[in-house]
Design a protein around this ligand. Structure first.
Ligand code: GLU
Length: 475
């Protein structure tokens, strides 16, 4: 049995988003399902105008952050160049062969003619495709036109028969010759197209399985025809359903697709992200939460998921991107982080937390981590402890009296502060919210946060009183 080889082939024309990351993840999981599998990173940068090295770098960084390390790729070496821009000689060789056999032909149709053609087809309810007008131009005429300075593109002559292929998620699929026209293999500017290069690359890189979004299904029909014509065996295909937005639109920037980088910057853990992405059309045969809880690293989690991965559990229906689910996983992720690790990271995020008594800060973390489930959220929620917020006025008549009570409270720890606050509240006949809400605002300017006695213990007696008194004098 040959070892599995999968690839992720991003075009470096933008940041890595949810959809791309899920495709990468599924390819990774399949490759790592059994020992000996390889996950290849190939950079589809034939579109020289839109491709940028900085996007390639950022996609790589994000994949690495998610734990989706590749075995072969542009930066790793391996048996091939892994950027399409470095593989031109391979494409030229194949194109020469196809030219000789007459399987590609020059097409001189203008963009205007093609536009009009596609419009007519759309009006007739047909898929846009080339009608083969230039297929029968004699080579002498073609040569003469090229000599006169025309720059034709080169189209692959699709076979005049139904194209069939098997899809591991969708089953058998077939396309009639009328539904797929001759596609451009080489553009007029001399750049080979994705449709063509991907076949050459998948063949030479010995890719055994291709998992990609189902928007590629019509492309697969074209690529299958090219594989057949070149006498090559096509890889196993698996098209996964497109991810939809909450309002069931194609996920795009406009409908809420978010770059992976933003989630990572927001403190969502790679584990939460990868497990969430896996649930977008895959159902693990075992409860993922159990695996998630026992995992100590994203690598462990990924390998566990890989062991369970199969196309049998990949759904055909489109999943919906729901950040509430991502947050669910993030909460689980934050919950299982050792408290001293969060402590260490909090100090790293802001050294000023080191001024707080360690036992108070530890308790604050315990009390807050459920509600503030990422490091940035937690840091933000605790920031009133290290920064004097611009206060919110405290017009309650009892405020001055409270300051006095606090000045005389014995030991300044959360327990004693709690006793003092509750006694004061009872004494004044106040209800919990009437008392704690304005007090919290005066001390922290926040609506929510860790229990007040704990926060006040962290602030210290002097600072707590200072803030209460300052708030009293505010308009
Ligand atoms: N570069 C292509 C894309 O990003 C790859 C598609 C494929 O997997 O073949 O859509």
């Amino acid at each position: 049995m040959t070892n599995i080889r999968t690839r992720f082939a991003p075009s470096p024309t933008g940041l890595l988003h949810i959809g791309g990351a899920r495709t990468a993840l599924f390819n990774f999981l399949l490759a790592k399902r059994e020992p000996g599998g390889a996950f290849v990173l190939r950079v589809d940068d034939t579109d020289a105008k839109r491709s940028k090295r900085e996007y390639e770098t950022s996609i790589m960084e994000d994949l690495r952050s998610l734990g989706l390390d590749w075995d072969e790729g542009p930066d790793k070496g391996g048996d091939y160049p892994y950027r399409q821009s470095e593989r031109t000689h391979i494409y030229n060789e194949i194109l020469d062969k196809l030219r000789k056999s007459g399987d590609v032909y020059p097409c001189f149709c203008s963009p205007d003619r093609l536009d009009a053609l596609h419009k007519d087809q759309a009006a007739a309810g047909e898929a846009p495709r080339y009608d083969g007008l230039c297929r029968h131009i004699a080579s002498s005429e073609a040569e003469a036109r090229v000599a006169m300075g025309e720059k034709p593109c080169w189209r692959f002559a699709m076979p005049d028969k139904t194209i069939c292929f098997h899809d591991s998620v969708r089953g058998d699929l077939s396309f009639s010759p009328q539904s797929v026209g001759d596609f451009v293999a080489l553009r007029g500017d001399g750049c080979p197209t994705y449709m063509f290069t991907t076949v050459a690359d998948d063949h030479y890189m010995k890719i055994t399985h291709i998992i990609r979004g189902d928007e590629h299904i019509p492309n697969t029909a074209r690529q299958q025809a090219l594989f057949d014509r070149l006498g090559w065996t096509a890889p196993v295909y698996a098209h996964i359903p497109m991810i939809l937005s909450q309002d069931r639109q194609k996920l795009s920037k406009r409908t809420g697709s978010v770059p992976i980088r933003r989630y990572l910057d927001d403190g969502i853990s790679p584990e939460a992200l990868t497990v969430y992405l896996s649930t977008l059309s895959w159902t693990a045969p075992e409860p993922l939460l159990d695996v998630f809880k026992e995992s100590a690293s994203v690598r462990y989690l990924l390998l566990k998921m890989a062991g369970m991965f199969s196309f049998d559990n990949v759904s055909r229906s489109a999943p919906v991107h729901d950040e509430a689910h991502l947050i669910y996983w993030q909460k689980e992720s934050f919950k299982k982080q050792p408290r001293d690790e969060i402590y260490r990271r909090l100090l790293k995020a802001d050294q000023r937390f080191a001024a707080l008594p360690p036992e108070v800060l530890e308790k604050l973390i315990d009390e807050s981590a459920g509600e503030f489930y990422t490091l940035p959220l937690l840091t933000e929620s605790l920031s009133p402890l290290i920064e004097r917020p611009i206060g919110v006025g405290l017009s309650e008549p009892w405020a001055g009296e409270l300051a006095e009570v606090l000045a005389n409270t014995e030991r300044w720890d959360a327990e004693n502060i709690n006793i003092a606050l509750r006694a004061f509240m009872k004494n004044k006949g106040l209800k919990g919210k009437e008392f704690f809400h304005p007090l919290r605002l005066a001390l922290t300017t926040r609506e929510h946060g860790a229990p007040l006695p704990l926060l006040m213990a962290g602030l210290g007696r002097e600072e707590s009183m200072r803030r209460i008194l300052a708030a009293c004098t505010m308009p």
